[in-house]
Structure formats: structure tokens, C-alpha cells
Design a protein around this ligand. Structure first.
Ligand code: B16
Ligand code: MG
Length: 217
């Protein structure tokens, strides 16, 4: 197995289960549009930026809205989401993540974040994990949303590691496509049927670190 020098983590759905809160917040906006957003619809929104997500929901609902309303829905969605995550703390870190971060740190592997979320920093702070990350590329730092490779390419160039030596942990199909388009090794976390282009897939992070984390680094 090729050894990697850098680990790039997605946030929502990999480090913490905030995906369920994004879903609930979008469900409220969708219901205003008279659309019942389903978990299957929601899979397509994972890893996608806030405004691209609203565009996709409008297509699903077959609705057109004016720009002012579009902006208002983005604000409303984020306020709902922020309310859901206001008490988030270290107990919400998904199993295996803390162990993996300290293991990687001890091995001198560079650690970065590649998230579409504009709320990434406050979430990492609330989880008490922010100091593990040498580089944080979030939704405020990219113009192009996953599946575009920009988020992971920016992380690797900021860390000074070539893409081929970077390993990405992702829970979304958009994120896996982004990692592969960046020329990186893509590890999918979740059920294999959700993904199309991953290099490896594990049902959850705990299974990955109990069996295989060492072989990648
Ligand atoms: P925000 P990730 C993504 O984060 C989420 O998966 C996606 O559902 C969300 O729309 C996006 O962040 C933007 O989040 O509204 O907080 O800016 O999975 O790339 O860490
Ligand atoms: Mg994610």
C-alpha cells in the first residue's frame, strides 16, 4: 500500500454527525416550497455548498424564486442550522476520530480540513479539535463547491504536500469525486452503494482505525 504524508478530513458526516441537522434545516425550507425533502434527496446535498444546495432543492421542487427570496432562504436555513448546533461539544465527535487524529499527529502526518461548510471553524472549536488542523479550507475559502477539486487542492498546496501523497476521508459522493479529481486517494465512510468512484470504503471510522489506518501512512 502506498504511504501517504497528509490526511484531509471532511467535516460534516466524517468528524461529526451534523449531516442530520443540515437535513432538518433544509427540510424546513423545502416545506415552505411545498416540497417534502426525503433522505434520498438529502444524499445529493451532502458536501454541496449552501447556495448550490438551495439551487438543487428548487429544481427538486420545480420552483423558481427571485434573488431576494433566495438570499433570505439561505439566511433562514443557516439560522435554523446554527440553533441545532449551538450545544455541540466533544461528546458529538464521531467514534474513532479523536484516536485517529492523535495517532496521525504522533506519526507526524500533516492534517487538514476540506469542508464545504462556512461554519467549519466554529464547529471544530466547539468539538475541541481545532488545534489538530494545520490547514482549514472551508466554504469561506473556495469559490467552487465539491465535486470540484478546489477545496482539497487548496488544502494540499497550503500544506506543501503533492496531491498523490494526500488521503481524503469523505462521507459524500460529491466529496469523493472532488478528491479523485484532485488526484488523491479517496476513502469513503458509509455504505458502498452511496459512492461511485472511491478507492476504499468503510462503514464507519471506528472500523477503519481498528483495522487499517496504519497501512495508509
Ligand atoms: P454550511 P462538508 C457540507 O459540509 C455539508 O455536507 C453540506 O450538507 C452543507 O450544505 C455544506 O457543508 C455547507 O454548509 O451551510 O454550514 O456552509 O460535508 O463538506 O464538511
Ligand atoms: Mg461531509
Amino acid at each position: 500500500m502506498k504511504k501517504h504524508e497528509c490526511a484531509l478530513f471532511d467535516l460534516d458526516g466524517v468528524i461529526v454527525d451534523t449531516a442530520k441537522f443540515h437535513f432538518l434545516a433544509w427540510k424546513k425550507i423545502a416545506s415552505i416550497l411545498n416540497y417534502d425533502l426525503t433522505p434520498i434527496d438529502n444524499e445529493k446535498l451532502k458536501g454541496v455548498s449552501r447556495s448550490d444546495s438551495l439551487d438543487m432543492i428548487l429544481k427538486m421542487a420545480n420552483k423558481n424564486i427571485e434573488t431576494s427570496k433566495f438570499k433570505a432562504y439561505l439566511i433562514q436555513k443557516n439560522l435554523t442550522y446554527l440553533e441545532y448546533i449551538k450545544d455541540i461539544n466533544s461528546q458529538d465527535i464521531l467514534p474513532g476520530i479523536s484516536e485517529a487524529l492523535s495517532l496521525l499527529k504522533n506519526k507526524n502526518i500533516k492534517i487538514g480540513l476540506g469542508s464545504a461548510s462556512k461554519n467549519a471553524k466554529i464547529i471544530l472549536e466547539r468539538l475541541g479539535l481545532i488545534n489538530y488542523f494545520e490547514v482549514i479550507i472551508d466554504g469561506n475559502k473556495v469559490e467552487k463547491s465539491k465535486p470540484h477539486p478546489q477545496v482539497f487542492l487548496k488544502a494540499s498546496s497550503n500544506l506543501g504536500i503533492v496531491p498523490e501523497k494526500c488521503l481524503v476521508f469523505e462521507d459524500s459522493n460529491a466529496g469523493i469525486k472532488s478528491a479523485k479529481a484532485a488526484g488523491m486517494t479517496a476513502v469513503a465512510i458509509g455504505s458502498p452503494e452511496k459512492f461511485s468512484n472511491e478507492d476504499f470504503c468503510y462503514p464507519d471510522f471506528l472500523t477503519l482505525i481498528q483495522n487499517d489506518l496504519d497501512k495508509f501512512f
